[in-house]
Design a protein around this ligand. Structure first.
Ligand SMILES: [Fe+2]
Length: 362
């Protein structure tokens, strides 16, 4: 009989499902992961899908080549039905491109066969720790209505959430990898977005990247660039209210947006005032027909004008569910047609030149 303390430890361990049709890699993965994870195995895709319906699974290592269906189809099904489960693709070198495509479809990462044991253990632990952080955030976001309610309960609810989040970070078990970020606020904003929808986090990260390119060209002071990077990442913070529902709509119209709510959240978690302004005002338009205040031209803060442009460009070009991405040159033409109406003309010039000089990979 298992002693009670050992049983309790087993219950606390995250559970990994190893999906591979060959016994040797299954045994190798089991050997490497068994100290830190409860192990389940499956030798084909349909068994894997049945196992995740019957057991609480945190992490899956998923072979790209399975006898009954492709690993990428299994991944898509898992992300459709159990989007909170993290998946690491396992592949041979010859199918590396397919594994990278899987990352676009929601895999947390990929591993090449033959396994490097320490790399495998490290990516598995990091991924399951991130899942624990996101699960906890998802539970709080869904369960604490005060987060979305009136002051002063709202700010106090956000402070509780942040204290809980900080305690997890200090707990050792949930230590973040040094690669993830240097600033705790960047990490929190990024996790809040990802807990809601991975595509929302990706959008925020890309918008932050495009905005930073513009800031560099403008030679803004470093402190201002850092605030811009954070505000651009957080610009759609209002959408974390939609936890549990996939965010499919493109956000270049008013559908579903509450910039006042986003700004309130930003203030409550302690973002700098200029970053909160970005959240509040990035739906304003140069010609004064935007919202929420119909501000015109230079009455719209520069950083909000930059983010308005960067996020529209990303909405046009990003490959995300429900979107139909257009090539970069076409997207720039569309942006240029809105110079002087939606966007600041001098920023449109600068942005177009910058993007044509160093186009992002599409
Ligand atoms: Fe956006």
């Amino acid at each position: 009989m298992t002693p009670p303390s050992a049983q309790a430890a087993a219950e606390q361990k995250p559970t990994v499902l190893i999906v591979d049709d060959e016994p040797a890699p299954r045994a190798a993965l089991t050997q490497i992961l068994k100290q830190d994870f409860n192990i389940l195995t499956a030798d084909n895709g349909s068994t894997a899908l049945a196992v995740i319906n019957d057991h609480g699974v945190d992490l899956i290592t998923l072979d790209l080549k399975l006898p009954d269906q492709s690993g990428s189809d299994v991944l898509k099904e898992i992300k459709r039905t159990h989007r909170e489960i993290e998946v690491i693709m396992v592949t041979a070198y010859g199918t590396l491109q397919s594994a990278m495509d899987c990352v676009r479809h929601g895999a947390a990462g990929f591993l090449l066969k033959p396994f490097n044991a320490s790399e495998l253990l490290s990516i598995s632990l990091q991924t399951s720790q991130k899942k624990q952080r996101l699960d906890r955030l998802r539970a709080v976001l869904a369960g604490n209505g005060a987060l979305w309610g009136p002051e002063p309960a709202c700010t106090s609810a956000w402070q509780d959430l942040m204290a809980d989040y900080a305690a997890q970070m200090k707990g050792g078990l949930l230590e973040v990898s040094s690669r993830e970020t240097t600033s705790p606020l960047v990490q929190l904003v990024s996790d809040l977005l990802e807990a809601t929808d991975r595509h929302l986090a990706n959008h925020g990260n890309r918008v932050s990247f495009y905005a930073t390119l513009v800031a560099n060209k403008l030679e803004l002071p470093l402190a201002e660039q850092q605030i811009l990077a954070l505000g651009a990442l957080a610009h759609d913070l209002d959408l974390i209210r939609a936890t549990g529902r996939p965010i499919l709509q493109r956000d270049d119209d008013r559908t579903g947006h509450r910039p006042d709510l986003g700004a309130r959240i930003g203030r409550a978690i302690g973002l700098p005032a200029e970053a909160v302004q970005i959240i509040a005002l990035h739906h304003e338009r140069w010609d004064g027909t935007g919202y929420p205040f119909a501000l015109k031209e230079e009455r719209i803060p520069l950083l909000a004008r930059i983010v308005a442009l960067a996020q529209s460009f990303d909405n046009l070009t990003a490959d995300k569910p429900g979107a139909n991405p257009v090539p970069i040159a076409k997207a720039l033409e569309q942006i240029e047609r809105q110079s002087g109406t939606a966007f600041d003309p001098s920023l449109v010039d600068l942005f177009s030149r910058t993007m044509r000089e160093q186009p992002p990979q599409q």
